[in-house]
Design a protein around this ligand. Structure first.
Ligand code: FMN
Ligand code: SF4
Length: 476
């Protein structure tokens, strides 16, 4: 196990300050192996490793690479997803701070495998420390010839939650707001010239580069690979040490390690690399030190994207299938712990408000539905208005209708599960004017802006964000 700030020699969180240190520890061997293997054998190695995306969905990485490589089009791109916007998660930033070289090497491997000429490293402009590390690592690796002819660009994005959604991320790279487009990146990639439903064709880098001004016609879909920072960090060592080395840890369907985050009511908020399949209890109690409040664990939320896990499920192994079977989800491995002194209805209200505010409004059922859910929860919490339960039931069933992206499905899962798992907290509000519930209601969404040496800082500005993405002035 390694954690941020520790000086372990191995693992994704091992501190590597310079390119020379990286080279001395075997860094660069993955690119060399890929160059020798070629595209097909590289993709096969990643498929055989069983690596699954660490950005939240757990999609098999090798399968995604193959789809992008085989999607046709005259030009392909690789995008690194460094947005890290999921509340309760800090692992990508920890990896970029500790060792950005392994991420850049993973990018180079991916680009060779899918046949991409250009890489965009998409990262929030506010992540200044990580941008500096990534830029230095890319420059060092290019100077050493490890990036070949790849064009490498850092694309700075906004703090909005949707920036991390892959179809919104491509829009941001093209200079637009983070509004998810319709088709997935392998069908409608960066600077695509091929007309797509719900999108207008415009001049593209294909035109600029060829100098013809005519575009590339029907093959201009520019299939684009979007991978999470941690996913790519695993790739370098898979190519260096082989698929069976990667499979020697973790479980058959969730091999390898994962960098987990634990925050909320824990004595030691931190980031730690653990084998897939490690019980959640190890993260919460051994790594996180148990609750800081000394209260029993009431529930653990993996960000705002999955169903809540009650405190009596701490022995669940942390891998994709087990968490899903337990009614939750692994997500991006960030866990927020709550003690039994916190009201689940207040957590549902805070999370729903976050998702409503962050929804972009392109799909009416998402923006209106999440607004209705947030308002109903506020009413139920403040006034114990039981009529709101019917509103909640209706809106939770339809909030995902016609959605372009996964945000409203998160609303459905997290809010629905909190109400289902903790009906007593709802009843406590129904019995009177809300104040009959004796539990804590002062809940903020744990959007982590820094996490180091056991100290976590949350984005307190988020609570003043409005649904049109402006900010209200905090009360004096
Ligand atoms: C609302 C929303 C926000 C997301 N935010 C992030 C994010 O901050 N970082 C990330 O890697 N993936 C995020 N994702 C998932 C990405 O869309 C995409 O699936 C991921 O980058 C794929 O990488 P992977 O295959 O390596 O996991 C988000 C998805 C949704 C629906
Ligand atoms: S589902 Fe919601 S967040 Fe996603 S594109 Fe539609 S309105 Fe925007």
């Amino acid at each position: 196990m390694s954690s941020v700030g520790s000086m372990t020699k191995d693992g994704l969180l091992a501190n590597v300050a310079t390119f020379d240190e990286y080279r001395a520890s075997g860094g660069g061997n993955g690119v060399v192996a890929t160059t020798a293997l070629g595209s097909e054998a590289t993709i096969r190695e990643v498929e055989q490793s069983g690596l699954r995306g660490r950005g939240g969905g757990g999609f098999p990485t090798g399968r995604k690479w193959r789809a992008v490589r085989d999607a046709g089009g005259s030009r392909r791109f690789v995008v690194v997803n460094g947005a890290e916007g999921e509340p309760g998660t800090f692992k990508d930033r920890a990896i970029m701070r500790a060792n950005p070289y392994q991420v850049i090497e993973g990018v180079a491997v991916a680009a060779l495998a899918v046949g991409a000429s250009d890489v965009y490293f998409a990262i929030k402009a506010s992540f200044t420390r990580e941008i500096e590390r990534v830029a230095q690592a890319a420059a060092d690796m290019a100077a050493a010839g490890l990036l070949g002819d790849l064009s490498f660009t850092i694309a700075r994005g906004p703090d909005e939650y949707l920036f991390g959604e892959e179809k919104a991320m491509l829009e941001v790279i093209e200079g637009n707001d983070p509004l998810p487009r319709v088709l997935p990146p392998y069908l409608h990639g960066l600077f695509a010239t091929m007309p797509q439903p719900g999108w207008d064709a415009h001049a593209s880098v294909n035109d600029i580069d060829t100098g013809t001004g005519t575009g590339t016609g029907t093959d201009g879909s520019n299939p684009t690979l979007v991978n999470n920072v941690e996913t790519l960090a695993h790739v370098a060592s898979i190519l260096d040490r082989g698929a069976s080395w990667f499979r020697s840890r973790g479980t058959p369907r969730s091999p390898g390690t994962m960098v987990f985050t634990v925050v909320g009511d824990v004595a030691r908020p931190c980031v730690a690399e653990l084998e897939m399949g490690t019980p959640l209890r190890v993260l919460v109690e051994d790594v996180g030190g148990g609750t800081a409040s000394g209260r029993p664990v009431k529930m653990v939320c993996s960000g705002v994207a999955n169903a809540v896990l009650p405190g009596d499920r701490l022995d669940v192994p942390m891998h994709f299938d087990a968490l899903a079977n337990a009614g939750g989800g692994l997500g991006s491995g960030g866990f927020v712990v709550y003690g039994d002194d916190v009201c689940a209805l207040a957590v549902a209200h805070a999370y729903s408000n976050f998702l409503w505010v962050e929804s972009c409004g392109q799909c009416p059922a998402c923006k209106l539905g999440s607004g209705a859910i947030t308002a109903a929860l506020a009413d139920l919490e403040a006034r114990g208005d039981a009529d709101q339960l019917a509103v909640l039931q209706r809106a939770l069933a339809t909030v995902t209708d016609g959605s372009r992206c996964g945000l409203p499905a998160e609303e459905q899962k997290v809010v629905g599960s909190l109400l289902r798992r903790f009906p007593e907290d709802v009843v406590a509000h129904e019995e009177g004017d809300g104040r009959h519930c004796a539990l804590g209601h002062d809940v903020i969404v744990p959007k982590v802006v820094d996490l180091e040496d056991g100290a976590v800082t949350y984005d307190l500005r988020q609570q003043y964000k409005r649904p049109d993405w402006t900010y209200a002035e905090p009360a004096a």
